[in-house]
Design a protein. Structure first.
Length: 652
């Protein structure tokens, strides 16, 4: 039970007015007009209003003391988190020399007249190098037989059959690949494949060929985004522009070590035509059109002088542009005195600092730089924790970055303005939305989090501790579920649902994958707080696809297409890991889905008169197909969550 905060004085405005009026006959019996129009009554009400304001402030004292207590035990509000985006820089023309985009280059959204543009800065230096093709192979799905094809691509008069293996019926076997080997990694690059081909791969839809472009990331083949394709599926002369992901690793295939890019023949989905014969390539040229680098919603401040030391313990200095983002190499405090200039070391606190250690604490939220305090201990001794800058020493910060917050979560294709010109670079664009920007934690949120942190300290003991620590590891964690070991000997399983801030109607299974940086943050944080001997496995829930088939009726005169779209949108929202469930906070673990709840949901949709029939189907989120027959209830395992598949709503 939470102890109730005392109300130090619960009198209201009307209570004070009534109490003052009751005292009138005792002190001024000649005052008999107590109506609100009387000037004396107006003065009573004025002072009652002022007294009520004083009482309101008095009653804030318990909350104020609570906040001070949290400060004393080290519970401080989290600073804002910075949004990040993958920004692609396009070359003005194909170059035969490397082109460098410097770190810290600023790109912005298009601002209005009040200059409300959002500024992003590149995190690291980007070098766009011309790709060098060194080999080409064709292979079957199991890579048991590889055929050299590089010479046929280089020399005129020869051609390459992209897919060579057939199945038992004589059709091209899915899994056939054409592999292109490069001398250097193409990670993050936008490359153009200029193809000369003649139409042999007949039967395929040129707008939707059953092809997948992939690169090797060191552990598996991962997908490559096709920016544009004018070849009709490698069937005619044209250009293919590919956006290589930021992971592209070395691999040896066919006795040739290289960085491999491949195009793979897929099993066609129902209704998708496939090749009756393999495409034939006469030649292939590769060029770099640009490259992608990570940028963050921040601005950089250079050298800033904070002031001069007065030689006392516990000094504080504040930078000009708080809040400050987590420091990187070269972002620190510099102290200059008669003995020279030195860069000091940032620490989390001064508990382990001695009087000779050049340590400081830099609060990210407030931007305050603190130097060590002098503490008196019970035995009477006085110790200095952290060195004190000499009297008159100049205190400065070498550099820092500031910014962050939800404002940085800009949409796709919005970071298009370069703040400074770069040779050979014509423009920039973010092909996906920026994510990760979160405003600073409010005082109310910190007051809620503080007691939870104090109850268990910083150790992961119970399932709730593991979930809380996982949520605290990164703002990119939306939900966490701990599954303790059943026998007490196996590992603790942590199921993590990452934050996905795009429109839920566009969410797919791959959107809920845990990125490598997020996985490192979670595992490092849990490893620092787990009990020795406790093994932890971090992964994602199994996402059970669900497809709803429903027959509903709408009143006469209602646009049926609009009603259908509203119903599908509501189903997509309801059956969702982040926005689903009755309260909109995400579908609960262990909560089954039944047709009765879906029927009730559809009846609440505007324009739906009644619901005649509802059937639930399990749905394969990879192939896009329903599994089995319709049913009234779909059960959910302890390690699973529901995710919407393709719904079919018939409106009559």
């Amino acid at each position: 039970m939470v102890l109730p905060a005392p109300n130090l004085d619960d009198r209201t405005f009307q209570d004070i007015v009534d109490e003052a009026k009751r005292l009138i006959p005792r002190y001024t019996p000649e005052w008999t007009n107590h109506n609100v129009s009387d000037p004396g009554v107006a003065l009573i009400e004025l002072f009652a209003w002022m007294s009520e304001m004083v009482l309101y402030r008095v009653n804030q004292v318990p909350d104020r003391l609570f906040v001070h207590f949290l400060n004393l035990v080290g519970i401080e509000p989290f600073p804002p988190s910075v949004a990040k985006a993958q920004v692609t820089f396009w070359l003005s023309a194909v170059q035969d020399i490397p082109v460098t985009v410097p770190a810290g280059l600023q790109v912005t959204t298009t601002g209005d007249r009040s200059d409300n543009s959002v500024v992003f800065s590149t995190v690291e230096e980007l070098t766009i190098r011309p790709p060098v093709l060194v080999n080409a192979l064709t292979s079957d799905a199991k890579a048991e037989r590889m055929t050299a094809a590089f010479d046929d691509l280089r020399f005129e008069g020869a051609s390459v059959t992209c897919f060579t293996t057939t199945d038992a019926s004589g059709n091209l076997a899915p899994g056939n690949v054409l592999l292109l080997g490069f001398a250097e990694s193409l990670a993050g690059m936008a490359i153009r494949l200029s193809v000369e081909a003649h139409a042999q791969g007949i039967g395929v839809d040129p707008r939707n060929p059953p092809l997948a472009w992939e690169v090797w990331n060191g552990e598996a083949w991962i997908s490559v985004d096709v920016f544009s394709d004018s070849t009709g599926g490698l069937n005619r002369a044209g250009e293919i522009v590919l956006m290589i992901p930021p992971e592209h690793e070395f691999l040896t295939l066919g006795d040739t070590p290289a960085f491999w890019l491949r195009v793979r023949l897929l099993t066609p989905v129902p209704g998708q035509p496939t090749y009756q014969a393999s495409p034939q390539l006469d030649s292939l040229q590769v060029a770099a059109l640009g490259a992608t680098v990570e940028a963050e919603h921040s601005s950089k401040a250079g050298l800033e002088i904070l002031g001069r030391s007065d030689g006392s313990a516990g000094q504080e200095f504040r930078v000009s542009f708080p809040p400050v983002l987590p420091r990187r190499d070269g972002e620190t405090v510099r102290v200059s005195d008669a003995g020279g200039t030195a860069e000091w070391t940032e620490v989390d606190d001064f508990s382990g600092s001695t009087s000779t250690d050049p340590h400081f604490v830099w609060d990210s939220a407030s931007g305050v730089v603190r130097f060590g305090p002098r503490v008196r201990y019970p035995d009477g001794s006085v110790r200095q924790h952290g060195r004190i800058p000499r009297d008159g020493a100049e205190i400065a910060v070498t550099a820092y970055r500031h910014g962050g917050g939800a404002q940085g979560n800009v949409g796709a294709r919005t970071l298009t303005v370069l703040r400074s010109a770069v040779p050979y670079i014509s423009g920039s664009v973010n092909l996906r939305p920026a994510v990760g920007g979160v405003d600073a934690e409010t005082v109310g949120e910190a007051k809620t989090r503080g007691p939870l942190t104090l109850r268990t300290g910083q150790r992961a003991v119970t399932a709730g501790d593991f979930e809380r620590l996982t949520m605290e590891s990164s703002i990119e964690v939306a939900r966490a579920r701990c599954l303790p070991s059943g026998d007490g000997h196996g590992p603790v399983r942590m199921l993590v649902v990452p934050q996905v801030r795009t429109d839920i109607r566009t969410h797919q299974l791959d959107d809920f994958a845990i990125t490598a940086p997020l996985m490192r943050r979670i595992t490092d944080h849990l490893d620092a707080h787990r009990i020795v001997g406790t093994a932890i496995e971090v992964g994602t829930p199994y996402y059970q696809g669900v497809s709803v088939a429903a027959l509903v009726h709408a009143p006469a005169g209602r646009p049926l297409a609009l009603v259908r779209q509203r119903a599908v949108n509501e189903l997509t929202r309801y059956i969702h890991p982040l926005a689903g469930g009755a309260d909109g906070s995400g579908w609960l673990f262990d909560a089954d889905l039944n047709a009765a709840a879906i029927a009730q949901l559809l009846e609440s949709v505007e324009g739906v008169d009644r619901v005649d029939e509802v059937q639930l189907f399990e749905f394969d989120l990879r192939s896009g197909q329903r599994i089995g027959a319709g049913r009234d209830v779909i059960r959910l395992d302890t390690h699973s969550l529901f995710l919407s598949g393709a719904h079919r709503v018939v409106v009559r």
